[in-house]
Design a protein around this ligand. Structure first.
Ligand code: HEC
Length: 180
């Protein structure tokens, strides 16, 4: 509890500092406003590979792990599933914008790439519905659709070795391996 209060006051201090920097920030904000005016898409500042490892693989594993779990899913766990389904649903469109990886801006131009991203996002929307209905059978079934969406895109586009050598990191596992 104490820790939370400490963090809160740090936040307030940060907000205070923010308020004191209008001159510096106005430049930043006006750039943002210009980009919005021209209908530009804000460039994604990280690679698709990094998003795969930290966001997509990560959120998908929650959906699979809960789907195959033998016991009933608790209400809190359904909330967790909802949370990761939202992340995965949103990451489909995100990976159609591009990124900082060597091939990212080439890949996203392919209609096939967009179709696979859509399939992945659609599967995540099914997980979102399953979480709202607390429907374990639906969650298990859509797991296969989801795997298919990952694998079909990997078969078509993924180089044998990740372009940046960035693979699923063992130290990220503690984030989602709930069922040890
Ligand atoms: C639209 C295409 C597409 C979809 C959909 C997609 N991926 Fe990927 N994924 C890629 C590409 C391309 C790479 C390699 C990126 C690179 O090397 O720069 C990659 C890389 C990865 C990596 C890191 C590299 C590695 O070998 O460990 C993981 C993990 C991964 N994807 C998991 C998934 C999972 C899980 C899903 C489905 C839930 C998924 N991906 C859906 C295209 C896709």
């Amino acid at each position: 509890m104490k820790k939370q209060i400490g963090n809160k006051s740090k936040w307030l201090a940060a907000v205070g500092a923010f308020a004191l920097l209008p001159a510096t920030l106005s430049g930043v904000f006006s750039t943002a406003v210009n980009a919005a005016d021209e209908g530009q898409i804000i460039p994604v500042p990280v690679s698709i590979n990094a998003l795969m490892v930290t966001l997509i693989d990560h959120s998908a594993h929650y959906l699979w792990d809960y789907g195959v779990m033998e016991r009933e899913i608790t209400d809190d766990e359904w909330r967790t599933i909802e949370y990761y389904a939202i992340q995965l649903a949103g990451s489909g469109p995100l990976i159609t914008i591009g990124g900082t990886g060597a091939m990212d801006n080439t890949w996203v131009q392919s209609p096939l790439w967009k179709a696979y991203s859509q399939n992945m996002s659609d599967a995540a929307v099914l997980a979102l519905e399953a979480s709202k209905n607390k429907d374990k059978q639906a969650l298990l079934a859509l797991g296969d659709v989801l795997v298919q969406s990952c694998e079909s895109c990997h078969d078509a586009f993924k180089p044998a070795a990740p372009t940046e050598g960035f693979e699923h990191q063992p130290d990220y596992d503690y984030l989602y391996h709930l069922f040890k």
